[in-house]
Design a protein around this ligand. Sequence first.
Ligand code: GLU
Length: 487
Amino acid sequence: MDNSIVVRFAPSPTGPLHIGGARSALFNWLLARKHGGRMIVRIEDTDLDRSSIESEENILDSLLWLGLDWDEGIAKGGEHGPYRQTERLNTYTQAAGRLLDSGQAYYCYCTEEELAAEREACMAKGDLPRYLGKCRSLSEDERNRLEAEGRKKVIRFRVPDNENVIVQDLVRGNVIFESNGIGDYVIVKSDGIPTYNFAVVLDDALMKVTHVIRGEEHLSNTPRQLLLYNALGLRAPYFAHVSLILGKDRSKMSKRHGSTSIEEYRSKGYLPEALVNFLALLGWSPVGEEEIFTLQELVEQFSLDRVAKNPAVFDIDKLNWLNGSYIRNSDVGRITDMAIPFLREAGYITGEITPDSYEWLKMIVASVQEKLEYVAQITDHVKVYFDDHVKMENEAAGAVLKELEVSEVMRAFRRKITEAEELTPESTKGLLKALTKELKLGGKKVYMPLRVALTGQTHGPELFYIIPVLGRDRVLVRLAQTVGLKD
Ligand code: GLU
């Protein structure tokens, strides 16, 4: 493989970008970037009822957010445009005309009811429902009569009899389909719009696509497409069908197993690089044990021969683990920026953010950063900072404050923070160390009562964050409240 590789991602804009679509886009992108090839994005919008510009925008936006760019295509241009199928109707009409002229396609006048009856008859005999060729060899007279009746017509491709169509799949090996099981299929609908199987062939050929990586659900379309490449005298690309994505219970991935669209993950505060990392592992396996990869590392290591035939299992716990690991290793400023909308929505931030309050928010985020699997969870962890009415969370917490040494610890602590010139996480660490040393009680006997006195909880962010986040005044307020310590 060399730099003449051309891949494409060709979504139908009938909904937001899905996990499965994003994975196809990623695999295509990785193959192109690895080999210095080109990536095209084309919009397959021939389903007029279900396609929308909002979906198109969502898909493009999500791709860019994931870091998957393209060299040619929609919103970018290029020499093979336009890149929206509804803007290419001429191309399909002309090609259909050629197939009609050569007898490789024909007009079919069957009505919906006739077709439904035929499908039922097939099934009643235990056969696959398919078109049996009623209009295959209409005489001129019959055609004229049907036209005169004003019947709607579609164009069907005449599937050659008794052929084995072999899909040479780069992931699955040779997959053989019998042409007799296919039935003549529609290539142009009665409104003049091409079907997916027809348009995709012309576009992939005219856009000089060399490799088509897509989901396994398209495998059964591929023999239909190969027959059309043949009939049109066009060269077929290499195909690679990536396995389905299943939930942990082995049923097809659905909402029950976790969010299915990229935008939902984005809006919960997942990091794009974590999601990309996760998507790469849905069907592709790296050589070693390592599971964390940057996009660049994926480009270097990706290869189609390590893409598995068997289904990939979507494991939300793994995604959360990966995302948590990316969050821990991210710059605190970045996570703070992501956290602000969630904190605002929860009512923890009101009003403008000043440079000082931003620094304060950063301290809050740093104190819980390692606990987050995704950024939206931050609101579960920061309540202690915002509610000055400290309540004991349970009996165990209350019991901590009844221990003998508590009042000595509190008084010494109060003195120390009253004297402290500044309160930063660093200086607080020093202060707590000095305090422990002075009291000769051992860390736990000092930290636990302080934690409970300041938050009412026996667990939570590190004390050296809690204290500077609250600041001296609020610390004193809380001490007065929980342990009755006043001047
Ligand atoms: N428009 C098709 C889809 O979204 C793409 C199929 C293909 O990649 O050939 O499923």
